[in-house]
Design a protein. Sequence first.
Length: 314
Amino acid sequence: MKHVFGPVSSRRLGQSLGVDVLPPKSCTWNCLYCQLGRTRECVTERREFFPREEILEEIRQAIGNPHAIDWITFVGSGETTLYKGLGWLIGETKKITDIPVAVITNGSLLSVEEVRQELLHADAVLPSLNAGSPELFMRIDRPAAGFSYERHVEGLVEFRNVYRGKLWIEVMLIDGLNDSVEALQDIAGALEKIRPDTVHLVLPTRPSGDADVRLPSDEAVARARLVLSRVAKVVHPAKGSMSLRDPGDIIETVASITRRHPLQEHELRHALDELLPDEPGRVGRIIEQLLESGRFKTVTLPDNEVYWVPARES
Ligand code: SF4
């Protein structure tokens, strides 16, 4: 399995070299909004799913290529901290490069001392907090048995107490679920205890397959910014875009991105236009070749946005 992908343009981390340390899909939660589809069976035991040296070697090779990389980002096809060698990988990566290291996580295992210790040397940790009450937490994040809301918040608080890097909490705002004044005040109450450096407000712009997951209104986004900014600086990143830097391996690059999340067709076209500014005809041919490869299919949502997903997905 190829673990390293990108660099891709990330909403929060600029040019981010992704490192996926998990087999899909391995997660402690089964979020309503998950872009990876349903968690068929939650995974709760940490394991070294792949040899750590194999992953480190891929990172070493990737940073040897002449690409601009702002962050090396550990992100799993599921919950990243389920990978047992994560602390070792962070430490070894920092020995071979000065590029800062980030970890994207749902934060569910921060209640475990070993996991908190392993993340201490990351430059930024980005856990999730989507609810301010046990009821909404169960409804939105649908965790494995034993992963209660109280345990989640306590883990985040305990981590904050020992972590000196950047703690950026991600709040996924979902229409009709956590975007009311009351729900947002509850989230703000939990954030007050956690004391993050910033809160990243994100929206379910990618298809999850669940009809209950709808984009919040502009008014709800403004409300969330207002309520949560009483506790921490709120960043509402612009919609992401991808970038392609190597025309030689476009099929593999697109495959590595769509394996992790559906790709908006306009993002793909924009990235190809940027890569081949003097060859507009070639962009159309590449799109055709990608479709003819049989590895992708397109899905059109009710708002007419077209997404690319792996052909095997339903
Ligand atoms: S924590 Fe992330 S990977 Fe796991 S179910 Fe939720 S959105 Fe999906």
